[in-house]
Design a protein around this ligand. Structure first.
Ligand code: UGA
Length: 439
């Protein structure tokens, strides 16, 4: 089979590379010449564990190609994925100009039957708009080439993207014809060997599934953050409550970790977009509106604890921050809680020294030289009045607390991810503040 993947962002690059990995001939396309030049040299636009090796392996094997020329890559393709960005517009709705622009270009250049698949997260009704763009473009050319559209939302997580793609819990595909279903079944066959299901449905349901999945996960997180804040007030321990409820299979152990709010490129954007879609159609998503406002408030909780601990006197204090990315194993800074926390610390007159294993170059784009970047996690602590744990990178989990005691000016830790044992740290002489446990 031969496929094209348009857009070499997170989803596009992982999708294209993983299809090449199972032997399919893939061309990844992007309008950004520099991105394509870099990819030719093995330089990736994103950090994702294992991806670099997989790209170079498949390029060397001649199965993975990069190009700026959609018009050429689309020729003789069985499937074309649209995986370009859908940035949120001013009002929170997804901007479809890139998706529809690609659809038009496909219509202007396709030579044979193919399935055009939306892989970007797009609102219900987008596949119908894609179909119209292609139909109009073909009509302009005076061509009557048969084609299908499909919706195939992606559920991969940053930091675990390759595993998620190669061994998915499920593959959801919205189709409107048997022929499209056959093509998509053939394409995904290599990924179904472990018994993971491919779930075919109508196109609007597939489009909605993506938003419903992310919104449900965001809801779990905001719910737990609400419970955590109440636990603290009432003297309960959210870690115990989490274990207590998670052992009920109906609730499950995943995505019930309280923290400092969800970030990233997906949850905030998708929750907003679903609220907006509902509003536009005369319906209020009351639960999701609360999910969003709880999350906004949660991003400030750690700062509030800092302020309270120091009796409101933050002017001139030096704060060490461990972790900047919105979660571990990524350099993604989009909607990262660190940005909110650091902005508030700086506004109060603190100086901030941060360390992140991979996200510091990316963080510099938004934070610039308003903060200092340490070369390792211990350097960040020198003479600091407190340490804030903002991202739970594995290397922060078992640090040498004795060394930390010597480096910190004051032995105070604000842990936004509950990675330490409160009793152990208190025994070691630290003032320790975390989420959902009164300390
Ligand atoms: C999320 C979904 O998990 C993927 O299934 C989906 O494909 C993706 O969005 C997308 O739409 O593209 P991702 O944004 O990479 O993936 O990150 P997650 O691992 O889901 O974490 C999201 C946020 O929730 C992070 O800020 C994390 O710290 C937070 N989180 C997660 C919690 O605060 N508590 C938890 O228990 C779990």
């Amino acid at each position: 089979m031969k496929i094209a993947v348009v857009g070499t962002g997170y989803v596009g690059l992982v999708t294209g590379t993983c299809f090449a990995e199972v032997g399919i001939d893939v061309t990844c396309i992007d309008i950004d010449q520099r991105k394509i030049d870099n990819l030719h040299q093995g330089i990736l636009p994103i950090y994702e564990p294992g991806l670099e090796e997989m790209v170079s392996r498949n390029v060397a094997a001649g199965r993975l190609h990069f190009s700026t020329k959609l018009s050429e890559a689309i020729k003789d393709c069985d499937v074309a994925f649209i995986a370009v960005g859908t940035p949120p517009g001013e009002d929170g709705s997804a901007d479809l100009k890139y998706v529809l622009g690609v659809a038009r270009e496909i219509g202007e250049n396709m030579t044979n039957y193919g399935v055009i698949v939306t892989k970007s997260t797009v609102p219900v009704g987008t596949a119908a708009k894609v179909r119209k763009e292609i139909t109009d473009a073909l009509a302009k050319r005076g061509e009557a080439i048969d084609f299908d559209v499909a919706s195939n939302p992606e559920f991969l997580k940053e930091g675990a993207a390759i595993d998620d793609f190669l061994k998915p819990d499920r593959i959801v595909v919205g189709v409107a014809s048997e022929r499209a279903e056959e093509v998509m079944t053939k394409l995904y066959k290599p990924f179904l060997l472990n018994g993971h299901p491919i779930i075919f449905m109508d196109i609007p349901s597939a489009e909605m599934t993506k938003y419903a999945a992310n919104s449900m996960l965001a809801t779990k997180i905001s719910f737990m953050n609400d419970i955590a804040n109440l636990c603290e007030i009432m003297g309960a321990d959210v870690n115990m409550v989490r274990k207590g409820i998670g052992s009920d299979a109906r609730i499950g152990t995943k995505f019930i970790y309280p923290g400092i709010g969800y970030g990233g490129s997906c949850f905030p954007k998708d929750v907003k977009a679903l609220i907006k879609t509902a509003q536009e159609n005369g319906y209020q998503m009351q639960v999701l509106q609360a999910v969003e406002s709880v999350n906004d408030a949660q991003k400030e909780v750690l700062f509030d604890k800092v302020k309270k601990h120091f009796g409101g006197e933050l002017q001139g204090k030096k704060m060490a921050v461990w972790g900047l990315s919105f979660k571990p194993k990524t350099d993604d800074m989009r909607e990262a809680p660190s940005l909110v926390i650091i902005e508030k610390l700086l506004a109060e007159g603190c100086t901030v020294t941060a360390y992140d294993p991979v996200a510091m170059p990316e963080a510099k784009h938004s934070l610039g030289d308003t903060i200092t970047y340490a070369k390792d996690q211990m350097e960040a602590l020198i003479d600091a009045d407190a340490l804030l744990i903002v991202t739970e990178w594995p290397e922060f989990r078992v640090p040498n607390f004795e060394v930390m005691s010597r480096l910190l000016k004051q032995k105070v830790i604000f842990d936004g991810r509950n990675i330490y044992d409160a009793a152990e740290l208190q025994e070691a002489g630290f003032a320790y503040h975390c989420i959902g446990i009164r300390t």
